[in-house]
Design a protein around this ligand. Structure first.
Ligand code: AMP
Length: 585
């Protein structure tokens, strides 16, 4: 346990990591043994017939691969306050609500002290590597972090998003202090009941401590971009507050107001300085280093569904390095970014072999494509044969399976990763995409990543007009035959019909998988449709998720809006300003 003000010994942390990763296979065996010993008395494992065996071979033979749906009844009983051990030996006292932005609704997953410890371990590990290249000393961090609304389950367990469970843990603050990156905002702002008000106050705190800020961060990069987009709207109001030393009346929560009152003193010089800085920027390029002259880097998850925000983030950051944070989920952590000098597009995550037991389903071998006579392809998943952590092959793609200290056994996370190399004997993974996010009508299959690449390509056409895609999503419309892809775009300003028509054609041409192209050619899939939505539409989607108990810190725009996500589809469809059909084929 860390004592307050204890500073991390980064060389020791790196040394421990090196030792552990040199022996990843054994560490995995030991980790599985510990998980099964600690939780062997739980009903779920008792029913599997392990009879005290803890070796990987018996484990794989007895325990089936599961999805969240399979475990839902067990987790529900835990949440309802079941007295006997269900999934873990020790009782679970807290439930995490995963952001649910990929499925449409938040999911319950168990959270416990062991998960908190692995959170700290991964934070410390990546910090150690980061600090070697980008040292921070007695700095403050402008962290755009927010707690969710929390509630109690029927059984009286605390339920909040995973990040909320981490932020409210007393170990979190100590860890931040130990990493010399204390949040510049008071706790009342982080836990404030209204995210818009908290965001405004985070910005204000950042400006008050502008010279001390060495780090700008959030859990996911989306929140940083959202924060600076908001800054563009409210900077004059922020300056007024600083000049007068009085908080805008828009901030209404007494706890937040009184916490901010302690920091805010009339400071006309600072207000003038910020105004001067803002007025000399061209289109807000380089805003972050201009406001925070001592910032060393920008930190947050920047891979996967966050990649589309990198362009805007780079615009605000100018030459301040962007460093992607680690790879994990509400279900458990997976890997740390130990090569912080790599740009986010090349970031990999080295798996920590002691924070869980990991298996990987090879995607090449498990999906057999059968061309049927009528031209349809069915994807026959043979019984997946996962491989162990040290058995994965460089260049191959896998689906991640987690066995955790928090009651998940052989749990299919649904993420696709690619093995890029090894650090000692532990693999370094690149995040590819969510497995279930797939645009498909008949023989075509396009993933979240394919969609992202198509949008990037088409967005180049509006970049020539100094416009950008603020956010995007997709759907397949099969209400008429043939069905077709629908791409929703929110863009930053006016773009001519001519250019948008060309964007629509470009999107259609950019899905290059053979199934799509061949279907389009024979009109088995109809012309792609680009629907441009009014500005602010994606904000409405964010607000919708916040209403469901999600939190901005963990928000990921759903890139595919399927039938399980009717409300979001409705928001998108209700806000269409213009639409175009492709003439590319
Ligand atoms: P949640 O549990 O709601 O916070 O979502 C977890 C999911 O976020 C993971 O399963 C991934 O799909 C995604 N995710 C988490 N960390 C990363 C990362 N470093 N890069 C890309 N995607 C990530």
């Amino acid at each position: 346990m860390l004592e307050k003000m204890e500073i991390l010994d980064v060389e020791k942390l790196i040394g421990d990591f090196e030792v552990m990763t040199k022996d990843a296979e054994n560490v995995q065996r030991e980790t599985l043994k510990m998980i099964l010993e600690e939780n062997g008395c739980a009903e779920y494992l008792q029913n599997m017939g392990l009879n005290g065996r803890t070796d990987p071979e018996s484990f794989k033979a007895c325990v089936p691969l599961v999805t969240h749906k399979d475990l839902e009844p067990y987790i529900q009983r835990v949440a309802d306050g079941a007295f006997s051990p269900i999934l873990t030996g020790k009782p679970i006292t807290t439930i995490s609500l995963s952001s649910g932005t990929t499925q449409g609704k938040p999911k319950f997953v168990p959270f416990n002290d062991e998960l908190m410890e692995s959170t700290l371990q991964i934070y410390h590990t990546s910090f150690a590597f980061r600090n070697r290249e980008f040292p921070i000393e007695n700095g403050k961090a402008l962290q755009f972090i927010y707690s969710s609304k929390h509630s109690k389950t029927k059984g009286g367990l605390f339920a909040g998003t995973a990040t909320t469970n981490v932020f409210r843990n007393s170990q979190f603050k100590k860890a931040m202090t130990a990493m010399q990156s204390e949040c510049c905002s008071p706790d009342e702002v982080i836990v404030g009941p209204d995210f818009h008000q908290s965001l405004y106050c985070h910005l204000l705190c950042g400006l008050i401590f502008h010279e001390e800020i060495q780090l700008v961060s959030s859990t996911f990069a989306h929140s940083i971009v959202l924060a600076f987009r908001t800054f563009e709207q409210v900077w004059e109001e922020l300056c007024d507050d600083i000049r007068e030393g009085v908080l805008t009346s828009r901030i209404t929560f007494p706890s937040v107001r009184s916490a901010m009152a302690k920091l805010l003193k009339p400071n006309p010089e600072l207000a003038d300085l910020i105004e001067k800085k803002c007025s000399r920027l061209s289109n807000w390029y380089g805003l972050i280093p201009e406001l925070f002259p001592n910032v060393k880097y920008i930190y947050g998850i920047m891979t996967g569904s966050m990649e589309p925000y990198l362009k805007k983030l780079r615009h605000y950051a100018a030459d301040v390095p962007l460093i992607s944070a680690d790879y994990g989920s509400s279900e458990g952590w997976i890997g740390a970014n130990i090569n912080p000098s790599l740009p986010p597009e090349s970031t990999t995550y080295a798996v920590l072999p002691n924070i869980g037991y990991f298996e990987f389903i090879p995607l090449k071998e498990n999906v057999e494509e059968h061309m049927q006579e009528n031209g349809n392809v069915s994807f026959l998943s043979t019984e997946p044969k996962p491989v162990g952590l040290t058995e994965v092959k460089v260049g191959e793609e896998y689906e991640v399976i987690i066995t955790s200290f928090a009651g998940l056994y052989r749990y299919r996370l649904g993420d696709v990763v690619k093995v890029m190399g090894f650090h000692n004997s532990t693999p370094e993974l690149k995040f590819v995409c969510r497995r279930n996010l797939m645009l498909t009508i008949n023989i075509d299959k396009n993933t979240e990543k394919d969609l992202q690449l198509a949008v990037e390509e088409a967005a180049k056409l509006i970049a020539e007009e100094k416009r950008e895609v603020i956010d995007f999503s997709s759907n397949v419309d099969v209400s008429a035959d043939p069905g077709h892809y629908v791409i929703f775009w929110e863009i930053s300003g006016e773009v001519s019909d001519e250019v948008l028509k060309e964007c629509c054609n470009c999107l259609d041409r950019s899905f290059v998988d053979a199934g799509y192209v061949s279907s389009r050619k024979v009109n088995a899939i109809g012309p792609l449709e680009l629907r441009v939505v009014w500005k602010g539409t994606f904000h409405k989607i964010l607000d919708h998720y916040l209403g469901l108990g999600a939190v901005v810190s963990q928000f990921k725009t759903p890139r595919y809006v399927g039938p399980t996500n009717n409300k979001v589809l409705q928001i998108l469809c209700d806000n269409v300003a213009k639409n175009y059909f492709s003439t590319a084929f």
